[in-house]
Design a protein. Structure first.
Length: 226
């Protein structure tokens, strides 16, 4: 038995020489295992929170999530409507009884994307022909000008091509999410924030309501109106 221990003596001697390295390696291994355990626990908590939110979101009305949308202006039944999460503008307009007789249908068709998915607390305002004619709402997208055709120079050919007024400003009280998304520094998330924070009585309310930061406001202040 004594001979057995003697055979391991050189090994034990070498182990003492590298004792510090062994201790550091052991500590590092322990820290790594602890870090992995904490990460796994936090990751599990995050997944549980997401699942809890998703479950809560779908608990309303037979497990299908609902959102609320304010529809007003030139529709037959303006009101705040409850509709399924993921619904599109066409569905909410139909729910409001469709466009009324005084709605400016041409403006509506040009500026409202019926296929767009609406968000919770969104406000949809359909302008009337009178409001358009009085300049309360302005056309912000390229329009087809069939009423005043353009004659191409030196050709005599009438061109009904698209025309664009680059001097027109985007009205933050009525613009669609697609129009707002065209502004510098504004993405779909910020565009949704602009829509849900309506109405505005001054451009500076974008800062007051913390919809955009100062840098973005400086970029867009000359491109928007109320």
């Amino acid at each position: 038995m004594t001979g057995f221990f003697k055979s391991f003596a050189p090994l034990l001697k070498k182990s003492k020489k590298y004792l510090l390295e062994i201790i550091l390696l052991t500590v590092a291994l322990a820290i790594t295992i602890t870090a992995l355990a904490i990460y796994a626990k936090n990751n599990q908590s995050s997944e549980e929170e997401i699942e809890t939110f998703s479950t809560r979101l779908r608990q309303d009305y037979g497990g299908q999530a609902k959102i609320f949308v304010d529809v007003s202006g030139a529709v037959n039944r303006p009101n705040v409507y409850k509709i399924s999460f993921g619904a599109r503008i066409k569905e909410i307009i139909d729910k409001a009884g469709g466009l009324s007789e005084d709605a400016d249908k041409m403006f509506f068709n040009r500026n409202f994307n019926l296929a767009r998915i609406i968000t919770d607390q969104e406000k949809i305002y359909v302008p009337s022909t009178v409001e358009i004619n009085n300049g309360i709402f302005v056309q912000n997208q390229r329009t087809l000008d069939y009423t005043s055709p353009i004659i191409l120079p030196n050709t005599g050919i009438v061109n009904n091509a698209t025309t664009e007024n680059t001097n027109q400003l985007i009205n933050i009280n009525s613009a669609t999410i697609e129009e707002l998304d065209q502004l510098p520094g504004i993405g779909q998330v910020t565009a949704n924030k602009i829509i849900t924070s309506r109405p505005y009585s001054a451009l500076e309310e974008l800062l007051i309501k913390k919809v955009v930061n100062k840098n973005v406001f400086e970029k867009i202040k000359n491109l928007i109106s109320i």
